[in-house]
Write a protein that binds this ligand. Structure first.
Ligand SMILES: [Zn+2]
Length: 238
């Protein structure tokens, strides 16, 4: 099983880049990171997060965590910023070409461009700390420009954050040979006595969560819903 390192940039006292409004890079990177974790876990991967809350984590601690956990690859999440409000593209950074990181970046970048419709900033090289100091192949995604008002208003929405997470997942799926899309695991099943069973029936396509991302595990099923679920099992038995 591949272990994936996800690094939501900035956090705590470090907001990262800030939009003219109140949108802060650290909130976008965390939301996309948590969503991406969800998808990767849904595909059966183990995920190591450099942070799961709005807290300070030094670059050195981030790299050390990933190295200690011996993750197979690292995805660092950031949002770009420029003096110009018209700068507008999505890009994926690597330390240097020719390795696995370039393959990962080449898998993620087209998915990001296709999903967002933002101009293709391509795969670029940069001597970023997290790319340099992690033992595993690492890529750093700059998810558009927070300094661009139109992009910033999109980055403030859950829909765009989900779009970004899904695109990065798809790119990783291409690289790792995983299913191209996984059903989102509901958030309200964690810790439920039947969590493992719920995960299995969702993965098997026998039951699904609600569109709002919940499963409502304690809600009673109607006889019609039960019949529909059993019918899907009958289909599978054929
Ligand atoms: Zn950043």
């Amino acid at each position: 099983m591949t272990k994936i390192g996800i690094d939501p940039g900035h956090g705590g006292s470090d907001p990262g880049a800030v939009a003219a409004g109140e949108l802060q890079e650290k909130d976008v990177t965390l939301a996309v990171g948590l969503d991406l974790r969800h998808r990767l876990q849904g595909a059966g991967l183990e995920v190591i997060m450099s942070r799961t809350e709005d807290v300070d984590v030094s670059l050195a601690d981030r790299a050390q965590l990933f190295n200690r956990e011996q993750v197979g690859l690292v995805v660092s999440l950031h949002v770009n910023s420029a003096a110009s409000t018209t700068a507008n593209y999505v890009s994926t950074f690597i330390l240097a070409p020719g390795g696995q990181a370039e393959k990962i970046a080449n898998a993620i970048q087209p998915e990001l461009v296709a999903a967002t419709g933002w101009p293709d900033g391509g795969v670029r090289e940069a001597n970023f700390y997290i790319l340099r100091q992690t033992d595993a192949p690492a890529v750093l995604v700059e998810m558009g420009f927070i300094s661009n008002p139109a992009t910033a208003s999109l980055l403030a929405t859950i829909a765009t954050r989900q779009t970004l997470a899904r695109a990065i997942y798809k790119g990783l799926a291409v690289y790792l040979g995983l299913p191209p899309d996984v059903p989102m695991l509901p958030t309200d099943i964690q810790g439920n006595w039947a969590e493992a069973a719920i995960r299995r029936v969702i993965a098997a396509g026998i039951m699904s969560g609600y569109p709002d991302g919940s499963f409502r595990p304690d809600q009673p099923a109607t006889r019609a819903e039960l019949a529909a679920a059993l019918d899907r099992i009958l289909d599978k038995l054929k």
